[in-house]
Design a protein around this ligand. Structure first.
Ligand code: ATP
Ligand code: MG
Length: 153
């Protein structure tokens, strides 16, 4: 397992990192996207969705908790999930994330809410502040992600 990081100078760089993920993302993948309120998680998701071909606006899933996307609007079925409002880990069972993995990729904001339920094969990304107008993306890429993440630049 490797851990590395990338400096993100401005929101465009965060969206570009999301776009880089689009090039390697497959059905069954889980991407856990951590970071404080306002870190840039949804900005990353927007870059990913647009690079997958989605042309619409990408809202935050904080209230619906899950926003599913599917072809033909984009190239790959993807669930955009935000677990911020989940207090009881039992509620996570009801979302059907396990079943969704069979035919979709999952991008999960606030994956900490899953505790030990988070799959060990998930790509774990974290966005932190790096000075006033920049961020740093840090990751832990388990074996299934070797050769796929980090993106070759
Ligand atoms: N690399 C960056 N440098 C500076 N600002 C950034 C960077 N990436 C994103 N931002 C800005 O951070 C702000 C918050 O972004 P975003 O809404 O994506 O955060 P979030 O992590 O989804 O927050 P929340 O947890 O509240 O949903 C936006 O104004 C966005 O433009
Ligand atoms: Mg958000």
């Amino acid at each position: 397992m490797t851990e590395h990081s990338l400096h993100l100078e401005g929101p465009e760089a965060t969206a570009a990192a999301g776009a880089a993920l689009a090039a390697v993302l497959r059905i069954g993948d889980v991407v856990a996207l951590s970071g404080d309120l306002g870190a840039g998680k949804t900005c990353f998701a927007r870059g990913l969705l647009h690079a997958l071909g989605f042309a619409g606006e990408v809202p935050s899933p904080s209230f619906p908790i899950v926003i599913p996307y599917a072809p033909p609007e984009l190239r790959l079925p993807l669930w955009h999930v935000d677990l911020y409002r989940i207090d009881d880990p039992e509620e996570i069972e009801e979302l059907g994330l396990d079943e969704a993995r069979a035919d979709s990729a999952l991008l999960i904001e606030w994956p900490e809410r899953m505790g030990a339920r988070l799959w060990p094969d998930a790509l774990r990304l974290t966005i932190d502040r790096d000075g006033p107008d920049a961020r740093r993306l840090t990751w832990t890429a388990p074996a299934p992600w070797e050769g796929r993440w980090p993106p070759r630049t």
